[in-house]
Design a protein around this ligand. Structure first.
Ligand code: SF4
Length: 353
């Protein structure tokens, strides 16, 4: 069903999570219901996280029949789940067409973060990333993005909630811009998940037109850039996206990114032994980010037998971070959570796709 009104008898029901609240209000009107029904639906779907029409017990039977006729409510299916010693949980989910995607629930001392995917595979082919090696199979719909958070929230310990959502799983979010933005707006809707935009981060490999669009259409959510190279040549070797959008263009888009006073753009920088971890690179990074309200998130590379790169020495990591701090940059070292289950940065990939 692609129209918002009642479908023809032989059309397939749509995934209800693919609909924004406004679209559901339009559908409700089309089937003779009041538009406020969409608020009730959002509450059931995303506040109470109902997974069947029967559970929506303040909706009339007649209305639930209409819903069941026009929509399906079953979520993408969790087919495997792994838990690391640090509490990180990675789930493998199967989509209706048989493709599989991964999402991660990261446990911090007192809260949880979810890392979600936007595509099956990825076309960006970053050299250090397992997902990049899969190639792009297809974009996820907004509902398939949203349902990852529903699935992960079903694994939370009692009375715990998800505090942060990061779009850093499989795929380049700005290659699937419309569905990424639609899912983000569903997370922000105050009748459903009601996430604060400060708690949502979208990470891009450097799609400049996407950054510019995002700046105006989602200016309150956080932006992260996967940088990893401090010269155009170095970045090009690691991230082919630089052939299309140069480092200079990328930094210019970051300089022009409108921000509220408190906000910084996060630059993710993976430290790989002998490739990106020298003090010379740290020095260059400081000068590159001059004039940008930036925060650097350093990530020690997780070795993988399928890729050529090596993890950096601890001393090199500390030296690199100290150099940035000594030169006025906010620089954090991200703990690589979920290493034992291949849930750490750059390690998401499914074999079957
Ligand atoms: S790092 Fe991100 S953008 Fe690059 S290939 Fe992997 S998933 Fe795609």
């Amino acid at each position: 069903m692609n129209s918002l009104s009642s479908p023809s008898p032989d059309s397939q029901p749509d995934r209800i999570t693919d609909y924004s609240r406004e679209e559901l209000a339009e559908w409700a009107t089309g089937v003779g219901q009041k538009p406020y029904r969409s608020k009730q639906l959002f509450q059931w779907l995303y506040l109470h996280r109902a997974d069947s029409w029967e559970k929506m017990n303040n909706l009339s039977k007649q209305f639930r029949n209409l819903l069941a006729r026009d929509f399906k409510i079953d979520r993408i299916r969790i087919v495997d789940q792994k838990k690391a010693d640090d509490g990180t949980i990675k789930i493998l989910q199967e989509l209706e067409d048989g493709h599989r995607i991964e999402s991660v629930l990261l446990k911090h001392d007192d809260h949880f973060t979810v890392c979600i995917s936007t595509q099956v595979g990825c076309a960006m082919a970053c050299k250090f990333c397992l997902t990049g090696g899969m190639g792009l199979k297809r974009n996820l719909s907004s509902g398939e993005i949203v349902e990852q958070v529903l699935n992960l929230s079903s694994l939370l310990p009692e009375n715990k909630e998800i505090r942060n959502i990061v779009y850093m799983g499989m795929g380049e979010p700005f290659h699937n811009y419309d569905n990424t933005l639609k899912s983000l707006n569903i997370f922000l809707d105050d009748h459903g998940f009601n996430f604060s935009s400060r708690r949502i981060t979208v990470s891009t490999s450097g799609i400049v037109p996407g950054i510019r669009k995002f700046a105006w259409e989602a200016d309150k959510a956080n932006l992260a850039i996967s940088l990893n190279g401090v010269t155009q040549e170095a970045r090009k070797r690691l991230m082919p996206v630089s052939n299309r959008y140069s480092l200079e263009e990328l930094l210019q888009a970051c300089r022009e990114f409108p921000k509220e006073a408190r906000k910084r753009i996060t630059f993710e920088y993976i430290l790989m032994k002998g490739v990106t971890d020298s003090v010379v690179s740290a020095k260059k990074l400081v000068s590159l980010l001059h004039g940008i309200k930036a925060k650097v998130n350093l990530i020690a590379y997780n070795e993988n037998p399928d890729l050529e790169f090596k993890s950096p020495d601890e001393v090199a990591v500390r030296k690199f971070q100290q150099y940035l701090l000594d030169h006025g940059l906010v620089a954090t070292l991200r703990n690589s959570k979920g290493q034992g289950i291949s849930a750490a940065c750059g390690q998401l990939a499914t074999r079957r796709n």
